[in-house]
Design a protein around this ligand. Structure first.
Ligand code: ATP
Ligand code: MG
Length: 271
């Protein structure tokens, strides 16, 4: 570097990363050749600044910005979806109501009757979808209380065992000392069932291994992750791991978007 500088006879302004004692440090360097009266380079003058703190702060700012952007997007989707769902609910009530009335008049065994029954089946599916959308958009969150998570995990896995293919082995790895957390049991149950169902879909009929673990984690110092800030303290980590097809970068980037799905309209709602 210095040889090149001597040759070029120009000042250099660079940022470099070094590993010092196993830690990343960013250094801003300005180097300039020193020239004597005969225009001969007789040395190099360099100034270094440790800009690690500034770099870290910049990184944190970028993460926080991304989080804010994400939160605003979620809020906008929520408001929009909530508004549509509300109107749609009223229209749906009319569709279901009139189909019900018509069904009373339709004679047993007629085509009209079975057609109306299909209308009602589709109607109730739509109702369920609207309910899910409204739950998301209201986002009031269920009440949180101290609860034992381990029994919920066990119970959910027991239920899942009967609903996912036997070619998939379910391994349960509960290592936490105490499993009391602040949460809502119904929500935890729902989250776990959804994650495990995704995992089962990713593995398909060929099967594989589904591993659910509950472990103690200590966060220290506080950190900012892609999904929010975590204060320092003791946490429980619930993780779901599968040996399925995995996700590419694009899917991974959108995984926390509500209603995002790679499945067909009939199959997935992406919640
Ligand atoms: N464990 C996984 N392995 C591979 N891909 C996954 C996994 N979990 C989710 N995905 C991908 O992420 C997408 C979104 O998942 P999400 O659960 O939000 O919706 P969905 O499963 O498509 O629909 P729904 O859950 O409403 O049935 C899926 O369509 C799938 O492509
Ligand atoms: Mg899913």
């Amino acid at each position: 570097d210095d040889k090149r500088l001597v040759k070029s006879e120009k000042a250099e302004d660079i940022e470099e990363k070094y590993i010092v004692d196993g830690q990343e440090r960013f250094v801003h360097t300005v180097k300039t050749p020193v020239i004597d009266a005969q225009d001969k380079v007789i040395g190099i003058l360099g100034i270094f600044w440790d800009i690690t703190e500034r770099k870290k702060a910049e990184e944190e700012k970028t993460t926080l910005k991304a989080q804010l952007h994400h939160a605003q997007k979620m809020e906008a989707i929520g408001t929009l979806a909530g508004g549509i769902a509300h109107d749609f609910n009223n229209i749906l009530a009319a569709i279901i109501g009139y189909a019900d009335l018509a069904l009373e008049d339709a004679r047993e065994g007629t085509v009209a009757r079975s057609n109306l029954e299909q209308v009602l089946i589709a109607g109730s599916r739509a109702k369920e979808l609207v309910r899910q959308i409204l739950t998301f958009s209201r986002k009031t969150g269920q009440e949180q209380k101290p609860m034992e998570i381990a029994p919920i995990v066990k119970e959910a896995l027991k239920m899942l065992r009967s609903s996912i293919p036997t070619t998939i082995e379910i391994r349960q790895n509960i290592q936490a000392d105490s499993s009391v957390i602040m949460a809502n049991p119904t929500e935890i149950h729902q989250i776990l069932v959804n994650l495990c169902t995704n995992a089962a879909h990713a593995m398909g009929e060929n099967g594989g291994l589904l591993e659910v673990s509950l472990t103690d984690v200590v966060i220290e110092p506080a950190i900012v992750t892609d999904f929010g800030a975590l204060q320092e303290g003791s946490y429980l980590k619930l993780s779901v791991k599968d040996t399925g097809c995995g996700m590419d970068g694009e899917v991974m980037g959108r995984i926390f978007e509500p209603f995002f799905t790679t499945k067909t309209v009939e199959k997935g709602t992406g919640m």
